[in-house]
Ligand binder design. Structure first.
Ligand code: FES
Ligand SMILES: [Fe+2]
Length: 435
């Protein structure tokens, strides 16, 4: 449960708000590379953190992210001519480069000198992993680009998409650190945990309460966020240890991708009641053909889209095309695509912007509580002029999911320590699974 003031603090990311400022201290994804495929590509409208922006690539292939409105008389830059190393407003011909400098002001005699005084708001960008990342904060607070391993991979090694969600960023992120939902929401009737016949004992060996426990085994803070460890006893008696990192402000590395595949979920506010969900799968090897086919056509890991939009075909406006027959007979939710099962729960938690005063959290929700606490602390510090240190640890964004399976009777503390070291290591072998 959060107070009204705390809830507002974490969910309002408009320009000038404390959380809005915190987001603006980090490099964040703003668009897909495929939206600006090459030099002089068409200008594209995006909205990030409540700001209307245009993304484009200039003649040299440099990415530009500028204000959606021309500083002369506010005409939409979307209609601009993208030519000869800059974007020209079609109203009176003023032209700007990717750094926001006015390079031509042709409609007035004083233009030659006046252009040096005119700028369009522009944010620096980098490209990698199928994403355009931008830094939208003050110039003198610009940190190094985070050391995400996927930033340097060739296109054969990643698959990246984005979906627009009709809810606040925080309720979507919190779903990734809600370990107790998985065996309900994402289950089928024969493996779900509501069925007493399917209960597994000792699910989390950290707690010996006689009841199943779905929470984390341990949680701890890192330079850039937190690490969450889970320990489970498998039916074979082997012990499975997994470590999930969260990196500030909105980078999650969920634990559901396959053995050689890593996954990254990023939730970036469009405004306070809608957000863009950037979803990345990547590997240190080229992604196998069959896996790629599943991503592109399977409709399970990456849901089917409405062509020409960033909306999934099954969405909040059609109740995610819930199939009640499937729900009665096979699938726990009746919702087909894996991420849509989550999204159906996230987009409407007392509406698109949850009032967290109404919650009743339990020990299984402790991961969510810890992340809120860390964010509240950091954002309150920033309000007092204490800058966050997280963006200044680029190596800390290298954290990956790590999972190990150990023989029955293994020393759990040692195993967790090993998995944590692996999650933070820059050199985790691809075949992380040790049996
Ligand atoms: S409004 Fe853009 S050049 Fe006049
Ligand atoms: Fe989920």
């Amino acid at each position: 449960m959060l107070s009204l003031e705390e809830n507002e603090l974490l969910t309002n990311t408009d320009p000038g708000t404390p959380m809005g400022e915190l987001f603006r201290r980090f490099w964040i994804p703003v668009a897909l590379s495929e939206e600006v495929p090459g030099p002089d590509s068409d200008p594209v409208r995006i909205k990030i953190l409540g700001e209307d922006l245009i993304v484009f690539k200039d003649s040299e292939g440099r990415v530009g992210l500028v204000d959606a409105y021309c500083p002369h008389r506010g005409a939409p830059m979307f209609f601009g001519r993208n030519e000869e190393s800059g974007l020209r407003c079609v109203y009176h011909g003023w032209k700007f480069d990717v750094d926001g400098a006015c390079t031509d002001l042709p409609n007035a005699p004083e233009g030659e000198t006046f252009k040096n005084k005119v700028k369009i708001a522009a944010y620096p960008c980098v490209e990698g992993g199928g994403l355009i990342l931008a830094f939208m904060g003050p110039k003198d607070k610009q940190p190094p680009v985070p050391d995400f391993e996927w930033l340097d991979l060739p296109p054969s090694h990643f698959y990246t998409k984005k979906f627009r969600l009709e809810c606040n960023w925080l309720q979507a992120q919190e779903g990734d650190f809600d370990p107790s939902h998985v065996r309900f929401l994402h289950s089928t009737l024969d493996n779900n945990s509501s069925n007493p016949g399917n209960r597994v004992s000792g699910l989390n060996l950290g707690i010996a309460s006689g009841r199943e426990y779905y929470g984390y085994y341990s949680m701890e803070e890192t330079d850039t966020g937190m690490l969450f460890s889970s320990v489970q006893e498998m039916s074979s008696g082997k012990i499975s240890v997994s470590v999930l990192p969260w990196m500030m402000p909105a980078f999650c590395v969920p634990g559901t991708a396959g053995l050689q595949m890593f996954s990254s979920n990023m939730r970036i506010p469009i405004d306070n009641t809608s957000m863009m969900f950037f979803r990345l799968r990547w590997s240190r090897e080229p992604i196998p053909e069959n896996e790629l086919r599943e991503y592109k056509q399977g409709g399970y890991v990456f849901p089917e889209m409405i062509p020409g939009t960033w909306k999934t075909a099954a969405n909040v406006f059609n109740s995610y095309q819930i199939d009640r027959v499937a729900q009665r007979n096979y699938n726990y939710t009746g919702i087909k695509a894996f991420p849509l099962q989550d999204i159906a729960m996230m987009e409407d938690q007392w509406g698109p912007l949850a009032d967290r005063r109404k919650e009743h959290l339990t020990s299984a929700d402790e991961g969510i509580i810890r992340i809120r606490r860390r964010l509240i602390r950091t954002v309150r510090n920033l309000m007092e002029g204490i800058e966050p240190q997280e963006p200044w640890h680029p190596e800390g964004f290298r954290a990956n999911r790590a999972r190990m399976v150990l023989p029955a009777g293994s020393n759990i503390l040692e195993a967790v320590a090993k998995a944590k070291a692996a999650a933070l290591s820059r050199t985790v072998p691809s075949g992380m699974l040790i049996v």
